[in-house]
Write a protein that binds this ligand. Structure first.
Ligand code: SOE
Length: 376
């Protein structure tokens, strides 16, 4: 199926028509989000693989996929697939992505890209060597108000950035009975709360400020060492982080999956010498712009947003957009990249590797209780 530029970009850019026939591996919550984002862009969910053939058949039905495959190998061998979306438990990202790249497919791989930086390096090198697109859904970059914040920093509206702080809080693992594969380090990797959501926060900070984190000082805690029948949970529920950027900016971030009432609360506040910005993912239609005098609340209105942000505001003001639309914006830009364009701010495997290196530094810092440099 051919995705015409008019459908994938909502009028954003010109571009050549691109084929976006996706195969999705993993059909849980994230697989469903990916499927909707593909379809809303006019792409085809050409096939799915689940944990069994029967589940793949059921998922093909619910995700409106053309077919279910019995095995990954079948999907990868199919010429009807251009791009593979990997939405499985984290330990499978590396082998599946490498196999997909080997088969000549573009890859969208959920974060964390890999469970260690070494594998992530190999993945980033492999897509580059084959001339393929490797994208990682750091989707909060695709909120129009985040683009606006980034544009303010870029154009000097904040002055010199002097401080950054915030948090990413969830509650879906707050009870001792709550369980998920992410809790198991063998399936999700050694870093859980940080790898799963802290990675988003750090990515957003670096995206908005264009100033990489240089060193971290982290403490972590496993609040529920026993959960869901497991007796010795090793992955962390909470991380408290101090950091310093390459540009010398100091900051803090709190990451938790055990904060009752906080569903998906990513808060990023950046202070500059002239102004501050504050973005809350649960209230994504707004951006607080603070000033000594005349603080204001910017509302997502394509008519008043900057040229960098307005294209991501898909619907007119007053028609709220959120998480799923962010995802759709991400897939639209991935389709553009596959079509040969270079969309500004598409998170690639290089960004996925970067997140793995930060998570690795956080783990090492929490273990040694010392400031630790992020490998660059
Ligand atoms: C679960 O914590 C989760 O689905 C993350 O895996 C996603 O990356 C985040 O966007 C929402 O929460």
């Amino acid at each position: 199926m051919t995705v015409a530029n008019v459908t994938v970009d909502g009028g954003r850019t010109e571009g050549s028509a691109t084929s976006y026939r996706a195969g999705i591996i993993g059909t849980g919550f994230m697989g469903e989000v990916h499927a909707r984002a593909i379809r809303v862009n006019g792409g085809e969910v050409a096939g799915v693989v689940a944990s069994s053939e029967r589940r793949a058949a059921v998922a093909a039905h619910t995700l409106l996929a053309t077919r279910g495959y019995a095995a990954v190998e079948e999907l990868l061998a199919d010429d009807a697939i251009d791009v593979v979306h990997i939405c499985t438990p984290n330990y499978l990202h590396y082998p599946l992505a490498m196999a997909a790249i080997e088969a000549g497919k573009h890859v969208v791989c959920e974060k964390p890209l890999a469970t260690n930086p070494q594998d992530a390096v190999r993945m980033a090198e492999a897509v580059t060597a084959r001339g393929l697109v490797g994208a990682v859904p750091f989707i909060y970059r695709f909120h129009p108000m985040v683009r606006e914040a980034r544009e303010m920093v870029r154009s000097g509206g904040l002055g010199r950035v002097v401080l950054a702080h915030g948090s990413y809080l969830q509650d879906w693992l707050s009870g001792a009975q709550d369980d998920n594969w992410r809790v198991d380090a063998r399936l999700g990797g050694a870093s859980r709360a940080f790898g799963d959501i802290g990675s988003h926060w750090c990515d957003l900070l670096e995206f908005v400020t264009a100033d990489p984190i240089r060193a971290v000082n982290a403490r972590s805690a496993t609040v529920n060492a026993e959960r869901g029948g497991r007796s010795a949970v090793e992955t962390e529920d909470v991380v408290v982080l101090q950091f310093e950027t390459e540009g010398g900016v100091l900051g803090t971030a709190t990451v938790s999956q055990v904060s009752p009432g906080r569903k998906n609360r990513l808060l990023l506040e950046v202070s500059g010498s002239e102004a501050s910005i504050s973005f809350d993912q649960e209230d994504p239609e707004k951006l607080w712009v603070g000033a000594r005098q005349g603080s204001r609340l910017l509302v997502r209105d394509p008519d008043v947003l900057s040229a960098a942000a307005a294209p991501y505001a898909g619907v007119p003001a007053g028609h709220p957009q959120g998480y799923q639309e962010c995802f759709a914006n991400f897939v639209a830009d991935t389709a553009r990249a596959i079509g040969g364009q270079t969309p500004d701010g598409l998170p690639t495997f290089a960004d996925g590797l970067r997140a793995c290196r930060i998570a690795d530094a956080v783990l090492r810092s929490a273990e040694t209780q010392a400031w630790t440099e992020v490998e660059s």
